[in-house]
Design a protein around this ligand. Sequence first.
Ligand code: HEC
Ligand code: HEC
Length: 356
Amino acid sequence: MWKLVFLGICAVLAVCVLALHSWVWAWAKSPNGGVPAYPATWPKPLYNFQANPPTSAGIALGKKLFYDGLLSADGYTSCASCHQQFAAFSTYDHPLSHGVNNQFSLRNAPGLFNLAWHTNYHLDGGITHLDAQPLAPITATNEMGETLENVIQKLQNHPVYPALFQKAFGTSKVSTRLFTKAISQFLVTLVSANSKYDRVMAGTDTFNLPQRLGYELFMAKGCAGCHTPPLFTNFAFENIGLPIDSTLNDYGRMRVTQNPQDSLRFKVPSLRNVQLTMPYTHDGRFSSIDQVLQHYNSGVVAHASTSPQLRKGISLTKFQMGQIKAFLYTLTDTAFVKNKVFADAVVEKPGMQHHP
Ligand code: HEC
Ligand code: HEC
C-alpha cells in the first residue's frame, strides 16, 4: 500500500519536473519580450526586460554606440576600446585599461557577459542598475572624459543617430534615458553559455581526465562556494586576502558602504572565459591563472574582513593546480568571442588600434 502511494507521488513529481523543464525552455527560447535565449538550467535573469524590451533596432543602436568613439572626449575611446570581444569584452593583457589622454582606469576591466544576471555592477557594486552603468565611464575623466550633455548633443546633431533612435524607440529626440536603454539592450544580448563545460553539463560532450579531476577539485576545495555554477559567481563581495596596493589604495566595497567590514572586498568575478581575461583580480596584479592559484595556496594575508574559508588559504599541489586550470579552460566560450553578431561592423577603426 505505502509502496503504491510512494510510487504515485514519484510519478506526479516526475511529471511536474518535466512540465516545468519544458516550460522554462519554451520561455527561455521564445523571442517573448526580447529576452535572449539561455540554458533552461540557469536561474532567471534579474534585468527588468519589461521596462526595456530589447528589439533588433534597439540592439543594433546599442551596439553602434558601444563601438563608437564619439561617446568620448578624444573621439577614439569607445566602450569597445577597453572591452575587447576577443578577450570576452575585458581589456586583454593590461592590468589597468587606458582612457583618454593616456590615463589609466582605477581597475582591471572585467569581461562583459551574462550581465542580465548581475545584482549590481562594478567590482565594488557601486552601480545598481545596468542602465546607469554607461554614465560612469563616459564622465570619468580618466576613462572617456566627456559630459553627458555633450554626448547627447553630438548624437542629436549626427547624420544618422536621430533616425536610428526613431527606429528603435519611435522618437528621433535623443535622451539620456533612451541612449542608456539602447546600450543595455545590446549588453544583455551578450550571453555566454556555450563552453565545453556547458556541453558536458548538457550531456553532449565529456571532460577528459584532467578536466574531470579539476572539476571535482573545484567543487571539493570550496571554489564553487563563491564561483558558483552555472554563472561561476555568487555575486557576493569577498576579501580573498590580497595585500593592498599602496599606490592605488583601492579598498573595494568599503568605498561604497564606508563599512570597515567591507574593506578589500570585491565582487566575485565569474570564471567563465577566465582563460581569455588575463590579467586577474581587481587591479590585474596576477598575469596568469597559475599565479592566482598560487595566491590561494600560499599568498593569503588574512585581514579582519578576509573571508573565513580563505583565512588559511586553500592548499593545492602543483598537480592539482594543473587540473583546476584544465577545468577552468573548459569555461572558454569560443563561439561567444567569435560571434560576429557582437562584433563591430567596421573592422578597423582608429579607436580600436593597439595602445602602447
Ligand atoms: C577606459 C576603459 C573603459 C571604458 C572606455 C569603458 N569601460 Fe566599462 N569598465 C572598465 C573598468 C576598469 C571597469 C571596472 C570598474 C570598476 O569596478 O570600478 C568597467 C566595468 C564595466 C561594467 C560592469 C561590469 C561588471 O562586471 O560589474 C560594464 C557593464 C561596463 N564596464 C560597460 C561599459 C560601457 C557600456 C562602456 C561605454 C559607455 C564602457 N564600459 C567603457 C573600463 C572601461
Ligand atoms: C570566499 C570566496 C572565494 C573563494 C572560496 C574562491 N574565490 Fe576566487 N575569487 C574571489 C574573489 C572575490 C575574486 C576577485 C578578487 C579581486 O578582484 O581582488 C576571485 C578571483 C579569482 C580568479 C581571478 C579571476 C579574475 O577574473 O580576475 C580566479 C582564477 C579564481 N578566483 C579562482 C578560484 C579558485 C580556483 C578557487 C578555489 C581554489 C577560488 N577562486 C576560491 C572569491 C573567491
